[in-house]
Design a protein around this ligand. Structure first.
Ligand SMILES: [Zn+2]
Length: 335
């Protein structure tokens, strides 16, 4: 059904309304559910239900290429698939024009937020939610639910590979997942501090999945990515898929950051005192005035407090960045 098992090329060529289709392979069934959404169901009962999503932002191509290659190897029968697997390429119309989105940032539309919006991204977010719900609910009740939502960042980072751990509402962090992320080359974890409308929070909060937004370096166009920078996560994902098993390796070096403040663009003249080459997780000295506007300013509280996701090219009232502070890995409540 998919020429040369190149699902990414197929999806880019059919960016909306692909015809659903099912095909039986030796050992598994592959079901194309809709544009960019494909499910692999092994014939033997699987103990893991794994969602890999990429391209929720259309111009974040490296994770799409990574996932596409893994899927090609499964369809070529070069890689054994022992897990239930749902692959999602999120925003193909935006990918086709090299844009983050066409009308609305899709990663702000989950947990039902899409219902208040109109247009392609809203409709697609609703479909993606439904396909994830169906996928988890149709698997064995005791299967381990995992979801890695793969992205690349707009700007550079002191830690080019980092993950956002969705807000857990006081539940303990997974030591096994922290170990997996460290083995995957992830250098830092940002602990989210509140409910959000991201895709990873949706899977975590509504489907009890171990779920993460994973940032894998910087944005580049199709064919311009150096996938050798992603060999660690390529290896751990392939191991997970073929063995249905996570490495029994404890996290030791990964940096942990908690959110201490949210910066908000509170007027049209809001300014951040950083330059264009600013990298995520860069720290400041205590007393530095990081932002100012006609109605507020923000002074750094403790030396080392760092900024992530700065952005002021957005409407007044939206988030202009997150202030974070490092916490010791051993102080995290882990299970
Ligand atoms: Zn993204």
């Amino acid at each position: 059904m998919i020429k040369q098992h190149d699902f990414l090329a197929f999806s880019l060529a059919n960016p909306v309304n692909a015809q659903a289709h099912m095909q039986t392979y030796n050992g598994f069934e592959a079901a194309l559910l809709d544009t960019g959404v494909l499910k692999i169901e092994p014939k033997q009962e699987a103990s893991v239900s794994l969602v890999l999503s990429a391209g929720i932002h259309g111009n974040e191509t490296a994770p799409m290429e990574l996932v596409n290659q893994i899927l090609k190897d499964i369809l070529d029968q070069a890689l054994v698939c022992s897990v239930r697997l749902l692959i999602i390429f999120g925003n193909l119309p935006a990918a086709n024009v090299g844009q983050r989105f066409t009308e609305i940032n899709m990663n702000r539309l989950f947990s039902g937020a899409w219902k208040k919006e109109q247009g392609f991204e809203a409709e697609r977010a609703g479909y993606i939610e439904q396909s994830i719900a169906d996928f988890f609910e149709s698997g064995p009740a005791d299967a381990l639910r995992l979801h890695y939502d793969l992205h690349t960042a707009i700007r550079g980072s002191k830690y080019p590979k980092f993950a956002v751990y969705p807000f857990l509402h006081d539940e303990a962090y997974s030591a096994e997942q922290l170990g997996f992320l460290e083995a995957s080359g992830i250098q830092a974890i940002l602990l989210s501090h509140q409910s959000t409308t991201t895709l990873s929070y949706f899977s975590s909060n509504q489907h009890q999945a171990q779920s993460f937004t994973v940032e894998l370096g910087q944005v580049a166009g199709f064919g311009e990515n150096d996938l050798t920078k992603l060999t660690a996560i390529d290896r751990t994902l392939r191991h997970l898929i073929s063995a249905a098993d996570l490495p029994k390796q404890e996290a030791k070096q990964i940096k942990i950051f908690q959110v201490i403040d949210m910066l908000k663009k509170d007027s049209e003249d809001y300014q951040l005192n950083i330059d264009d080459s600013f990298e995520n997780f860069t720290g400041f000295e205590a007393g530095f005035t990081l932002s100012q506007s006609s109605v507020s300013n923000y002074v750094v509280q403790e030396s080392g407090d760092a900024l992530v996701f700065p952005n002021i090219k957005l409407p007044v009232g939206q988030r202009a960045g997150l202030m974070v502070r490092e916490v010791a890995l051993k102080e995290l409540n882990q299970v």
